[in-house]
Design a protein around this ligand. Structure first.
Ligand code: APR
Length: 320
């Protein structure tokens, strides 16, 4: 059986990390595409030179030519610019929208059967635009945000409770911005919901509130520390989990930015919701029940996403 082919569109900080993890996990052969000459080639060669030590046989190739992504099974898109301190994800909109157009056309021409995972920010608007520009089926174009936001939430909770990160489950829904919705009621330690853990005296409501707030600003916390760019290890790990669930048809239930067609009373927009991710891409959207507070937070988050989509249409009326 031939190896799978993973195309990484953008070979910057996240792209390079994606290449390293994908190769180490032998998810397939890896093509790094970037407009910057030498960067994808250099990163590909450097990673390949580590393969005899770590013992994996994925091949890596760097390129500036879309022809090299031909027939890719998975395309992970990080092309564009990242945040610097003082910038919100939304500040990236104008530049990254143009990048999505060229990337969408490249994927449409050379890898129309791939699962496309978008990471470029502002995420929900960019994945929406990328799906339109590429013309690929909606179930095959997804955005990576919820797994990352949930991982941050899970990590902070595991620290608070001094338990394994593996014992903590969490869902963060909504748009990938400061309005995201960490769902406390659906977050658990070994199946015990957080509100019960507060009652059991494991933590206080104030501490949970502070963790929710830290989760919402998790990306900004990293930007503030790094100063020269944004997070890349955890975003890359999150997208690899999505790629793996697709390639192996694992049908993980994970929060992703998915195109809604009536679920949650919404249509024609991408927002973070739990999905079943298998060989058909987004196989099912899970509609969880919100209480009134959660519904209000979700609606706020959706309104922020819609605002960004409208800004995109102003910049590129072909999206309207
Ligand atoms: N086509 C292909 N690659 C491009 C294009 C393009 N049109 N425009 C820019 N790039 C490349 C850049 O040359 C750079 O190598 O995209 C890469 C982006 O890498 P970084 O600047 O290191 O950014 P990174 O940290 O990887 O984040 C990428 O993901 O999380 C989001 O907000 C983040 O939007 C940003 C994206």
């Amino acid at each position: 059986m031939a190896r799978k082919k993973i195309a990484l569109i953008g070979a910057g900080m996240i792209g390079g990390t994606l290449a390293h993890i994908a190769a180490q996990k032998e998810l397939g052969d890896v093509v790094l595409f970037d407009i910057a000459e030498g960067i994808p080639e250099g990163k590909g060669l450097d990673i390949a030179e580590s393969s005899p030590i770590d013992g994996y046989d994925s091949r890596l190739k760097g390129t500036q030519d879309y022809k090299d992504i031909a027939g890719a099974d998975v395309c992970i898109v990080t092309a564009g610019v990242a945040r610097k301190p003082g910038m919100s994800r939304d500040d990236l909109l104008g530049i990254n929208l143009k990048v999505m157009k060229s990337v969408g056309e490249g994927i449409k021409a050379h890898a129309p059967n791939a699962l496309v995972i978008c990471i470029t920010n502002p995420l929900d608007a960019m994945v929406w635009a990328l799906q339109k520009f590429s013309g690929l089926p909606e179930n095959k174009v997804l955005g990576m945000a919820g797994i990352l936001d949930s991982a941050r939430f899970r990590y902070f909770l595991a620290e608070e409770f001094d338990v394994s990160v593996e014992s903590v489950t969490a869902f963060v829904l909504g748009g990938h911005g400061d309005t995201m919705v960490p769902l406390v009621r659906y977050s658990t330690v070994a199946g015990i919901p957080l509100p019960d853990l507060v009652e059991m005296g494991w933590t206080s409501q104030d501490k949970i509130d502070a963790i929710v707030e830290r989760t919402r600003k998790g990306g900004g916390e990293i930007v503030g520390l790094l100063k020269t760019g944004s997070a890349y290890y955890a975003p890359a790990a999150s997208a690899i989990q999505m790629a793996e669930s697709y390639i192996k048809d694992k049908k993980l239930v994970v929060p992703c930015a998915a195109k809604l067609s009536g679920q949650y009373g919404l249509k024609d927009l991408y927002v973070g919701v739990p999905i079943v991710l298998g060989a058909d891409g987004c196989e099912r959207i899970v509609e969880v029940k919100f209480n009134p507070d959660e519904k209000e937070m979700f609606d706020n988050s959706v309104a922020a996403v819609k605002e960004l989509m409208e800004a995109c249409v102003k910049l590129d009326p072909s999206l309207g």
